[in-house]
Design a protein around this ligand. Structure first.
Ligand code: ARG
Length: 464
Protein backbone atom coordinates (compact mmCIF):
# COMPACT_ATOMS: atom_id res chain seq x y z
CA UNK A 1 0.00 0.00 0.00
CA UNK A 2 1.06 3.53 -0.70
CA UNK A 3 2.12 5.75 2.19
CA UNK A 4 -0.62 8.29 2.88
CA UNK A 5 1.93 11.09 2.71
CA UNK A 6 2.71 10.37 -0.95
CA UNK A 7 1.58 13.11 -3.32
CA UNK A 8 -2.01 12.59 -4.43
CA UNK A 9 -1.29 14.26 -7.79
CA UNK A 10 1.56 12.03 -8.87
CA UNK A 11 2.14 9.63 -5.96
CA UNK A 12 0.82 6.47 -7.61
CA UNK A 13 4.21 4.84 -7.89
CA UNK A 14 5.61 6.29 -4.68
CA UNK A 15 5.78 4.40 -1.42
CA UNK A 16 6.81 7.40 0.72
CA UNK A 17 6.36 11.14 0.74
CA UNK A 18 9.24 13.55 0.09
CA UNK A 19 11.86 14.53 2.62
CA UNK A 20 11.28 17.98 4.10
CA UNK A 21 14.35 19.27 2.28
CA UNK A 22 13.08 17.80 -0.96
CA UNK A 23 9.80 19.58 -0.43
CA UNK A 24 11.58 22.84 0.34
CA UNK A 25 13.72 22.81 -2.79
CA UNK A 26 10.90 21.59 -4.98
CA UNK A 27 8.03 23.84 -4.01
CA UNK A 28 7.28 26.98 -5.97
CA UNK A 29 3.96 27.87 -4.38
CA UNK A 30 5.65 30.55 -2.28
CA UNK A 31 6.07 32.62 -5.42
CA UNK A 32 4.05 31.11 -8.27
CA UNK A 33 0.80 31.85 -6.46
CA UNK A 34 1.16 35.19 -8.22
CA UNK A 35 0.01 33.38 -11.34
CA UNK A 36 -3.24 32.17 -9.78
CA UNK A 37 -5.58 34.15 -11.99
CA UNK A 38 -3.63 33.16 -15.11
CA UNK A 39 -3.71 29.53 -14.02
CA UNK A 40 -7.45 29.61 -13.56
CA UNK A 41 -8.00 31.42 -16.85
CA UNK A 42 -5.92 28.73 -18.59
CA UNK A 43 -7.86 25.95 -16.90
CA UNK A 44 -11.20 27.51 -17.79
CA UNK A 45 -10.18 27.78 -21.45
CA UNK A 46 -8.92 24.21 -21.41
CA UNK A 47 -12.09 22.87 -19.76
CA UNK A 48 -14.36 24.73 -22.17
CA UNK A 49 -12.41 23.24 -25.08
CA UNK A 50 -12.64 19.73 -23.57
CA UNK A 51 -16.39 20.23 -23.50
CA UNK A 52 -16.68 21.65 -27.02
CA UNK A 53 -14.69 18.75 -28.48
CA UNK A 54 -16.75 16.17 -26.60
CA UNK A 55 -13.76 14.96 -24.59
CA UNK A 56 -15.60 15.82 -21.38
CA UNK A 57 -19.33 15.95 -20.74
CA UNK A 58 -21.05 19.30 -20.50
CA UNK A 59 -22.01 18.43 -16.95
CA UNK A 60 -18.39 17.93 -15.90
CA UNK A 61 -17.30 21.09 -17.68
CA UNK A 62 -20.00 23.11 -15.94
CA UNK A 63 -19.01 21.87 -12.53
CA UNK A 64 -15.31 22.46 -13.29
CA UNK A 65 -16.05 26.02 -14.42
CA UNK A 66 -18.08 26.84 -11.35
CA UNK A 67 -15.54 25.22 -9.07
CA UNK A 68 -12.69 27.20 -10.65
CA UNK A 69 -14.61 30.44 -10.12
CA UNK A 70 -15.01 29.54 -6.46
CA UNK A 71 -11.29 28.81 -6.17
CA UNK A 72 -10.51 32.15 -7.80
CA UNK A 73 -12.74 34.03 -5.40
CA UNK A 74 -11.16 32.23 -2.45
CA UNK A 75 -7.69 33.21 -3.66
CA UNK A 76 -8.71 36.79 -4.37
CA UNK A 77 -10.49 36.99 -1.04
CA UNK A 78 -7.40 35.76 0.80
CA UNK A 79 -9.12 32.73 2.29
CA UNK A 80 -7.34 30.11 0.18
CA UNK A 81 -4.94 27.89 2.14
CA UNK A 82 -1.85 27.40 0.01
CA UNK A 83 0.01 24.16 0.68
CA UNK A 84 3.72 23.59 0.17
CA UNK A 85 3.11 19.86 -0.03
CA UNK A 86 1.12 20.57 -3.19
CA UNK A 87 4.23 22.16 -4.71
CA UNK A 88 2.89 24.79 -7.01
CA UNK A 89 -0.10 26.90 -8.00
CA UNK A 90 -1.26 24.35 -10.55
CA UNK A 91 -1.62 21.52 -8.04
CA UNK A 92 -2.92 23.78 -5.29
CA UNK A 93 -5.76 24.92 -7.53
CA UNK A 94 -6.55 21.44 -8.77
CA UNK A 95 -6.52 19.93 -5.27
CA UNK A 96 -8.91 22.58 -4.00
CA UNK A 97 -11.11 22.03 -7.03
CA UNK A 98 -11.25 18.35 -6.11
CA UNK A 99 -12.36 19.22 -2.58
CA UNK A 100 -15.07 21.46 -3.99
CA UNK A 101 -16.46 19.41 -6.87
CA UNK A 102 -15.08 15.91 -6.43
CA UNK A 103 -14.50 13.54 -9.31
CA UNK A 104 -14.81 15.89 -12.32
CA UNK A 105 -11.79 17.81 -11.02
CA UNK A 106 -9.65 14.80 -11.88
CA UNK A 107 -10.74 15.07 -15.52
CA UNK A 108 -9.52 18.64 -15.99
CA UNK A 109 -5.96 17.52 -16.63
CA UNK A 110 -7.00 15.43 -19.66
CA UNK A 111 -4.83 16.24 -22.68
CA UNK A 112 -2.70 18.64 -20.69
CA UNK A 113 0.41 18.58 -18.51
CA UNK A 114 1.86 20.94 -15.97
CA UNK A 115 4.53 21.65 -18.56
CA UNK A 116 2.23 23.32 -21.06
CA UNK A 117 0.16 24.67 -18.17
CA UNK A 118 3.05 26.52 -16.54
CA UNK A 119 4.31 27.84 -19.88
CA UNK A 120 0.82 29.17 -20.60
CA UNK A 121 0.33 30.73 -17.18
CA UNK A 122 3.73 32.36 -17.21
CA UNK A 123 3.24 33.72 -20.72
CA UNK A 124 -0.06 35.25 -19.71
CA UNK A 125 1.62 36.82 -16.68
CA UNK A 126 4.51 38.24 -18.70
CA UNK A 127 2.10 39.48 -21.36
CA UNK A 128 0.19 41.43 -18.70
CA UNK A 129 3.45 43.00 -17.59
CA UNK A 130 4.33 43.98 -21.15
CA UNK A 131 0.95 45.66 -21.40
CA UNK A 132 1.58 47.47 -18.12
CA UNK A 133 5.02 48.56 -19.33
CA UNK A 134 3.44 49.82 -22.55
CA UNK A 135 1.08 52.05 -20.59
CA UNK A 136 3.81 53.24 -18.24
CA UNK A 137 6.13 54.14 -21.11
CA UNK A 138 3.40 56.02 -22.97
CA UNK A 139 2.72 58.01 -19.81
CA UNK A 140 6.41 58.76 -19.22
CA UNK A 141 6.87 59.86 -22.83
CA UNK A 142 3.86 62.15 -22.49
CA UNK A 143 5.38 63.70 -19.36
CA UNK A 144 8.66 64.29 -21.19
CA UNK A 145 6.81 65.84 -24.13
CA UNK A 146 5.21 68.33 -21.74
CA UNK A 147 8.63 69.26 -20.37
CA UNK A 148 10.06 69.53 -23.89
CA UNK A 149 7.24 71.70 -25.14
CA UNK A 150 7.42 74.08 -22.20
CA UNK A 151 11.18 74.49 -22.57
CA UNK A 152 11.63 74.10 -26.32
CA UNK A 153 13.71 77.31 -26.43
CA UNK A 154 15.31 77.30 -22.98
CA UNK A 155 19.06 77.19 -23.42
CA UNK A 156 21.31 74.92 -21.39
CA UNK A 157 24.79 73.52 -21.84
CA UNK A 158 25.11 70.35 -23.84
CA UNK A 159 27.89 68.06 -22.62
CA UNK A 160 30.31 65.53 -23.91
CA UNK A 161 32.60 63.88 -21.36
CA UNK A 162 30.47 65.88 -18.88
CA UNK A 163 32.43 68.93 -20.10
CA UNK A 164 30.56 71.86 -21.63
CA UNK A 165 30.36 71.20 -25.35
CA UNK A 166 27.75 73.32 -27.16
CA UNK A 167 24.57 75.01 -26.06
CA UNK A 168 21.42 72.96 -26.52
CA UNK A 169 17.81 73.47 -25.55
CA UNK A 170 16.05 71.93 -22.57
CA UNK A 171 13.43 70.65 -24.95
CA UNK A 172 16.06 68.94 -27.04
CA UNK A 173 17.53 67.21 -24.01
CA UNK A 174 14.09 65.98 -22.92
CA UNK A 175 13.38 64.76 -26.43
CA UNK A 176 16.54 62.65 -26.38
CA UNK A 177 14.89 60.60 -23.63
CA UNK A 178 11.65 60.48 -25.59
CA UNK A 179 13.59 58.74 -28.37
CA UNK A 180 15.09 56.25 -25.90
CA UNK A 181 11.81 55.43 -24.19
CA UNK A 182 10.16 55.36 -27.60
CA UNK A 183 12.53 52.59 -28.66
CA UNK A 184 11.79 50.79 -25.40
CA UNK A 185 8.11 51.05 -26.20
CA UNK A 186 8.63 49.58 -29.64
CA UNK A 187 10.69 46.76 -28.12
CA UNK A 188 7.85 46.06 -25.67
CA UNK A 189 5.40 45.85 -28.56
CA UNK A 190 7.71 43.66 -30.66
CA UNK A 191 8.23 41.29 -27.75
CA UNK A 192 4.50 41.06 -27.13
CA UNK A 193 3.74 40.29 -30.77
CA UNK A 194 6.45 37.62 -30.96
CA UNK A 195 5.55 35.87 -27.71
CA UNK A 196 1.82 35.69 -28.35
CA UNK A 197 1.56 32.00 -29.28
CA UNK A 198 -0.21 29.54 -27.02
CA UNK A 199 1.71 26.63 -25.50
CA UNK A 200 -1.51 25.09 -24.16
CA UNK A 201 -2.15 21.65 -25.62
CA UNK A 202 1.52 20.87 -26.18
CA UNK A 203 0.91 18.63 -23.15
CA UNK A 204 4.00 17.14 -21.50
CA UNK A 205 6.17 17.47 -24.61
CA UNK A 206 4.75 15.46 -27.49
CA UNK A 207 1.20 16.71 -27.89
CA UNK A 208 -1.75 14.46 -27.07
CA UNK A 209 -3.84 11.72 -28.59
CA UNK A 210 -7.05 13.42 -27.45
CA UNK A 211 -8.83 15.38 -30.20
CA UNK A 212 -8.15 18.75 -28.58
CA UNK A 213 -8.68 22.08 -30.33
CA UNK A 214 -5.63 24.24 -29.72
CA UNK A 215 -6.96 27.01 -31.90
CA UNK A 216 -9.91 27.36 -29.57
CA UNK A 217 -7.87 27.62 -26.37
CA UNK A 218 -5.41 29.98 -28.04
CA UNK A 219 -8.22 32.31 -29.05
CA UNK A 220 -9.92 32.12 -25.66
CA UNK A 221 -6.70 33.26 -23.99
CA UNK A 222 -6.03 36.07 -26.46
CA UNK A 223 -3.13 34.36 -28.22
CA UNK A 224 -2.69 34.90 -31.95
CA UNK A 225 -2.20 31.19 -32.65
CA UNK A 226 -1.07 27.94 -31.02
CA UNK A 227 2.70 27.37 -30.84
CA UNK A 228 3.62 25.07 -33.73
CA UNK A 229 6.00 22.63 -32.04
CA UNK A 230 5.07 20.94 -28.79
CA UNK A 231 8.69 20.35 -27.70
CA UNK A 232 9.51 23.99 -28.22
CA UNK A 233 6.26 25.17 -26.66
CA UNK A 234 7.01 23.61 -23.27
CA UNK A 235 10.73 24.41 -23.21
CA UNK A 236 10.68 27.94 -24.59
CA UNK A 237 11.37 30.75 -22.14
CA UNK A 238 12.43 33.25 -24.80
CA UNK A 239 9.42 35.37 -23.91
CA UNK A 240 10.67 35.73 -20.33
CA UNK A 241 14.17 36.49 -21.54
CA UNK A 242 12.98 39.05 -24.04
CA UNK A 243 10.95 40.65 -21.28
CA UNK A 244 14.10 40.87 -19.18
CA UNK A 245 16.17 42.13 -22.13
CA UNK A 246 13.66 44.87 -22.86
CA UNK A 247 13.40 45.73 -19.16
CA UNK A 248 17.19 45.83 -18.87
CA UNK A 249 17.66 48.25 -21.75
CA UNK A 250 14.85 50.44 -20.47
CA UNK A 251 16.25 50.34 -16.92
CA UNK A 252 19.60 51.39 -18.38
CA UNK A 253 17.91 54.40 -19.98
CA UNK A 254 16.14 55.16 -16.73
CA UNK A 255 19.45 55.01 -14.89
CA UNK A 256 21.08 57.50 -17.25
CA UNK A 257 18.25 59.96 -16.81
CA UNK A 258 18.24 59.35 -13.05
CA UNK A 259 21.96 60.09 -12.94
CA UNK A 260 21.41 63.37 -14.75
CA UNK A 261 18.67 64.31 -12.31
CA UNK A 262 20.99 63.57 -9.38
CA UNK A 263 23.65 65.84 -10.89
CA UNK A 264 21.23 68.51 -12.04
CA UNK A 265 19.48 68.81 -8.68
CA UNK A 266 22.76 69.35 -6.82
CA UNK A 267 23.61 72.78 -5.38
CA UNK A 268 26.50 73.05 -7.84
CA UNK A 269 24.24 72.67 -10.89
CA UNK A 270 20.74 73.74 -9.83
CA UNK A 271 19.41 72.87 -13.28
CA UNK A 272 16.28 71.32 -11.83
CA UNK A 273 14.31 71.42 -8.62
CA UNK A 274 12.75 68.10 -7.73
CA UNK A 275 9.43 68.26 -5.96
CA UNK A 276 9.15 67.56 -2.26
CA UNK A 277 6.94 64.62 -3.20
CA UNK A 278 9.89 62.92 -4.87
CA UNK A 279 12.68 63.91 -2.49
CA UNK A 280 13.72 63.04 1.03
CA UNK A 281 15.43 64.93 3.83
CA UNK A 282 18.44 64.19 5.98
CA UNK A 283 18.03 63.38 9.66
CA UNK A 284 21.15 65.37 10.53
CA UNK A 285 21.69 68.02 7.84
CA UNK A 286 18.64 70.30 7.76
CA UNK A 287 19.51 71.92 4.43
CA UNK A 288 19.43 68.64 2.52
CA UNK A 289 16.87 67.61 -0.04
CA UNK A 290 17.99 64.32 -1.44
CA UNK A 291 17.08 62.83 -4.82
CA UNK A 292 16.54 59.34 -3.37
CA UNK A 293 13.99 58.29 -5.97
CA UNK A 294 16.44 59.12 -8.75
CA UNK A 295 19.23 57.27 -6.96
CA UNK A 296 17.10 54.18 -6.50
CA UNK A 297 15.99 54.25 -10.12
CA UNK A 298 19.66 54.53 -11.04
CA UNK A 299 20.33 51.40 -9.00
CA UNK A 300 17.40 49.29 -10.22
CA UNK A 301 19.18 48.40 -13.44
CA UNK A 302 21.49 46.22 -11.33
CA UNK A 303 18.85 43.78 -10.18
CA UNK A 304 16.97 43.85 -13.47
CA UNK A 305 20.07 43.11 -15.48
CA UNK A 306 20.99 40.53 -12.84
CA UNK A 307 17.69 38.75 -13.47
CA UNK A 308 18.39 38.80 -17.20
CA UNK A 309 21.79 37.23 -16.67
CA UNK A 310 20.46 34.71 -14.16
CA UNK A 311 17.76 33.41 -16.47
CA UNK A 312 20.14 33.26 -19.43
CA UNK A 313 22.37 31.07 -17.28
CA UNK A 314 19.46 28.88 -16.15
CA UNK A 315 18.36 28.26 -19.75
CA UNK A 316 21.81 27.80 -21.20
CA UNK A 317 22.55 24.20 -22.11
CA UNK A 318 19.17 22.77 -21.01
CA UNK A 319 18.23 19.76 -23.10
CA UNK A 320 14.72 19.61 -24.57
CA UNK A 321 12.05 19.62 -23.37
CA UNK A 322 11.01 20.71 -19.86
CA UNK A 323 13.48 20.52 -16.96
CA UNK A 324 12.76 21.60 -13.42
CA UNK A 325 15.56 24.15 -13.74
CA UNK A 326 12.99 26.25 -15.54
CA UNK A 327 11.04 26.78 -12.34
CA UNK A 328 13.83 29.26 -11.49
CA UNK A 329 12.48 31.58 -14.18
CA UNK A 330 9.69 33.09 -12.13
CA UNK A 331 11.32 34.79 -9.17
CA UNK A 332 13.74 36.57 -11.48
CA UNK A 333 10.99 37.81 -13.75
CA UNK A 334 8.68 38.75 -10.88
CA UNK A 335 11.36 40.77 -9.14
CA UNK A 336 12.49 42.47 -12.33
CA UNK A 337 8.91 43.29 -13.31
CA UNK A 338 8.05 44.75 -9.90
CA UNK A 339 11.12 46.93 -9.87
CA UNK A 340 10.84 48.00 -13.48
CA UNK A 341 7.24 49.09 -12.98
CA UNK A 342 8.16 50.94 -9.81
CA UNK A 343 11.09 52.69 -11.49
CA UNK A 344 8.91 53.73 -14.44
CA UNK A 345 6.23 55.09 -12.12
CA UNK A 346 8.74 56.96 -9.98
CA UNK A 347 10.43 58.49 -13.03
CA UNK A 348 7.04 59.47 -14.40
CA UNK A 349 6.17 61.22 -11.14
CA UNK A 350 9.52 62.97 -10.90
CA UNK A 351 9.36 64.25 -14.48
CA UNK A 352 5.82 65.54 -14.03
CA UNK A 353 6.70 67.32 -10.79
CA UNK A 354 10.16 68.69 -11.52
CA UNK A 355 10.89 72.31 -12.38
CA UNK A 356 13.65 73.24 -14.78
CA UNK A 357 15.41 76.36 -13.49
CA UNK A 358 15.49 78.39 -16.65
CA UNK A 359 17.89 81.05 -15.32
CA UNK A 360 20.45 78.57 -14.00
CA UNK A 361 20.29 76.66 -17.26
CA UNK A 362 20.84 79.86 -19.25
CA UNK A 363 23.71 81.01 -17.04
CA UNK A 364 25.42 77.67 -17.40
CA UNK A 365 24.74 77.61 -21.13
CA UNK A 366 26.83 80.73 -21.65
CA UNK A 367 29.80 79.56 -19.62
CA UNK A 368 32.59 77.17 -20.49
CA UNK A 369 33.21 78.63 -23.97
CA UNK A 370 30.14 76.80 -25.18
CA UNK A 371 29.95 78.83 -28.40
CA UNK A 372 33.52 78.14 -29.50
CA UNK A 373 32.26 75.88 -32.29
CA UNK A 374 29.96 78.67 -33.46
CA UNK A 375 32.96 80.97 -33.66
CA UNK A 376 34.94 78.44 -35.68
CA UNK A 377 31.95 77.81 -37.98
CA UNK A 378 31.60 81.59 -38.48
CA UNK A 379 35.27 81.87 -39.54
CA UNK A 380 34.60 79.16 -42.11
CA UNK A 381 31.23 80.41 -43.31
CA UNK A 382 31.87 84.17 -43.39
CA UNK A 383 35.62 84.48 -43.85
CA UNK A 384 36.06 81.34 -45.95
CA UNK A 385 38.81 79.81 -43.78
CA UNK A 386 39.44 76.06 -43.84
CA UNK A 387 37.87 74.47 -40.76
CA UNK A 388 41.21 73.29 -39.36
CA UNK A 389 42.56 76.87 -39.40
CA UNK A 390 39.34 78.16 -37.88
CA UNK A 391 39.63 75.55 -35.14
CA UNK A 392 43.18 76.70 -34.38
CA UNK A 393 42.30 80.40 -34.25
CA UNK A 394 39.31 79.71 -32.01
CA UNK A 395 41.48 77.64 -29.71
CA UNK A 396 43.84 80.59 -29.34
CA UNK A 397 40.93 82.87 -28.46
CA UNK A 398 39.61 80.41 -25.88
CA UNK A 399 43.08 80.33 -24.29
CA UNK A 400 43.16 84.12 -24.28
CA UNK A 401 39.71 84.41 -22.71
CA UNK A 402 40.58 81.77 -20.14
CA UNK A 403 43.77 83.59 -19.17
CA UNK A 404 41.75 86.76 -18.65
CA UNK A 405 39.03 84.95 -16.70
CA UNK A 406 36.43 85.88 -19.32
CA UNK A 407 33.99 84.11 -21.62
CA UNK A 408 34.28 84.41 -25.40
CA UNK A 409 31.64 87.15 -25.90
CA UNK A 410 33.50 89.32 -23.32
CA UNK A 411 36.63 89.61 -25.48
CA UNK A 412 37.04 92.91 -27.34
CA UNK A 413 37.22 93.08 -31.12
CA UNK A 414 40.87 94.12 -30.81
CA UNK A 415 41.61 91.03 -28.79
CA UNK A 416 39.80 88.93 -31.42
CA UNK A 417 41.93 90.45 -34.12
CA UNK A 418 45.12 89.38 -32.40
CA UNK A 419 44.21 85.83 -33.31
CA UNK A 420 43.04 86.61 -36.85
CA UNK A 421 43.03 90.05 -38.33
CA UNK A 422 40.05 89.48 -40.62
CA UNK A 423 37.55 89.07 -37.77
CA UNK A 424 34.79 91.72 -37.74
CA UNK A 425 32.28 92.87 -35.10
CA UNK A 426 29.68 90.68 -36.79
CA UNK A 427 31.27 87.74 -34.98
CA UNK A 428 29.58 88.74 -31.72
CA UNK A 429 26.22 87.73 -33.21
CA UNK A 430 27.18 84.07 -33.16
CA UNK A 431 28.77 84.11 -29.73
CA UNK A 432 25.40 84.38 -27.97
CA UNK A 433 23.87 81.06 -26.91
CA UNK A 434 20.42 81.94 -28.22
CA UNK A 435 21.82 82.50 -31.69
CA UNK A 436 23.84 79.35 -31.35
CA UNK A 437 20.85 77.11 -30.67
CA UNK A 438 18.63 78.93 -33.15
CA UNK A 439 21.17 78.27 -35.87
CA UNK A 440 21.18 74.49 -35.39
CA UNK A 441 18.20 73.82 -37.59
CA UNK A 442 19.47 70.66 -39.26
CA UNK A 443 16.99 67.77 -38.98
CA UNK A 444 17.11 66.45 -35.40
CA UNK A 445 19.16 69.45 -34.28
CA UNK A 446 18.70 71.47 -31.11
CA UNK A 447 17.00 74.55 -32.63
CA UNK A 448 13.61 75.21 -31.01
CA UNK A 449 11.93 74.88 -34.40
CA UNK A 450 13.31 71.34 -34.72
CA UNK A 451 12.40 70.48 -31.13
CA UNK A 452 8.83 71.63 -31.66
CA UNK A 453 8.59 69.59 -34.84
CA UNK A 454 9.71 66.48 -32.95
CA UNK A 455 7.26 67.14 -30.11
CA UNK A 456 4.47 67.36 -32.68
CA UNK A 457 5.62 64.17 -34.40
CA UNK A 458 5.66 62.25 -31.12
CA UNK A 459 2.27 63.52 -30.09
CA UNK A 460 0.98 62.23 -33.38
CA UNK A 461 2.69 58.88 -32.86
CA UNK A 462 1.19 58.49 -29.38
CA UNK A 463 -2.30 59.42 -30.56
CA UNK A 464 -2.36 56.54 -33.04
N1 ARG B 1 6.18 24.42 -10.76
C1 ARG B 1 6.66 23.98 -12.03
C2 ARG B 1 7.43 25.12 -12.73
O1 ARG B 1 7.27 26.20 -12.33
C3 ARG B 1 5.52 23.54 -12.87
C4 ARG B 1 5.87 22.55 -13.93
C5 ARG B 1 6.22 21.25 -13.31
N2 ARG B 1 6.34 20.23 -14.28
C6 ARG B 1 6.91 19.08 -14.00
N3 ARG B 1 6.99 18.21 -14.92
N4 ARG B 1 7.37 18.83 -12.81
O2 ARG B 1 8.17 24.91 -13.66
Amino acid sequence: MTDKTANTMWGGRFAAGPDAIMEAINASIGFDQRMASQDIAGSRAHAAMLGATGILSDKDVKSIREGLLTVLSEIEGGTFAFSTALEDIHMNVEARLKELIGEPAGRLHTGRSRNDQVATDFKLWVRDQLDAADGALVSLIAALLDQAEAGADWVMPGFTHLQTAQPVTWGHHMMAYVEMFGRDLSRVRDARARMNESPLGAAALAGTSFPIDRQMTAEALGFDRPAANSLDAVSDRDFALEFLNVASICAMHLSRFAEELVIWSSAQFRFVTLSDRFSTGSSIMPQKKNPDAAELIRAKVGRIFGANTALMMVMKGLPLAYSKDMQEDKEQVFDAADNWMLALAAMDGMVRDMTANRDSLAAAAGSGFSTATDLADWLVRVLGLPFRDAHHITGALVALAESEGKDLPDLTLEQMKTAYDGITAEVFDVLGVENSVNSRTSYGGTAPVQVRAQVARWKEVLSR
